[in-house]
Design a binder for this molecule. Sequence first.
Ligand code: FAD
Length: 313
Amino acid sequence: MSATTTLPELERTAPVRHRPALSYELFPARTDHSFERLRETITQLEATAPDHVSVTSRAGHGNLARVLELTEHVLAETSLRPLVHLTSIGSTRVQLTTIIHALLDRGVRGLLALRGDQPAGHRLDDDEIPFARPLIELIRQIERQRTAGLAGGRVSIGVAAYPHRHPESPTTSHDIEVLVAKERAGADFAITQVFFDPEDYCRLLGRTRSAGIRMPLVPGFVPATNPDRLARLAALSGVAPPRELLHELELAADASERRRIGVRFTVDLATRVLDAGAPGLHLFTFNQHTDALDVLDHLDLDRWSTTSQGDAR
Ligand code: FAD
């Protein structure tokens, strides 16, 4: 074949458009009955062709069997890729090494490296990994040992990022230093904690870019339809929803009105951060598909076309 020959099927008439990333967070079922419901949720979410579904873990990996059950289901019975959350506190380095090998053995290639939610009064043991950064280093070390088995491929590592200061951080600039360190240790992308004002995401994006962070910063969203869930989330994350939103949800006549209010709020928030340059969206589903799918239905994500006449987002 001459060097000047062009392959017709590779010719393009329009620029490639980067489609926004889409992922959903699921948590492992607590019972066999809830696992059955979760399987149905996954089937419904699969229809939207997400890039991955993330599987949460408790600090200490007390629910490891359930994490593996969900991960194996996703790998064996769906077309989806799992991103498994790994939490460093509450487990020894040896236990984490075993868990990482077990996940790689099953075919997992995406890990979200986290410290984990710290139980009140938790005291670190000597062999515990105290932060997410050294956990990333451990994953990369194991990856190097298994290079041949992974056919030279890499494990994709995500980390957490915070549009609002992490509750234990002294300053937002400390948060950025931590994120820089996580990227240098080998993180490929970050998913943010929830936020309710697009400016919070934009500020974080600006700060990370000024600090030289290059990894994509995927915004995390909760469909804001349930005031009790928002209150629980606020207690856990330290991020309170806007009072007006809570007020509107509380005054709503019934669940369907709450859903309409919450979905409208979430779609507006997601649209504004996508317009500001977010690379996609990650939806915290609380194992329910209806609100997540409703949000998606109202967003113009354009994930199913690979070419476009317009500007790349
Ligand atoms: P780190 O990056 O280690 O930071 C923890 C704290 O330590 C921060 O205050 C940071 O500023 C500080 N710090 C970090 N490094 C240093 C250092 N070298 N010196 C001094 N201070 C330092 N929790 C779960 O238990 N299970 C989950 O499945 C889970 N999934 C999550 C998914 C997403 C998308 C997000 C955003 C959070 C999730 N969390 C989960 C919550 C997370 O574990 C908590 O927010 C936790 O408090 C911090 O985790 P991290 O990985 O950001 O920790």
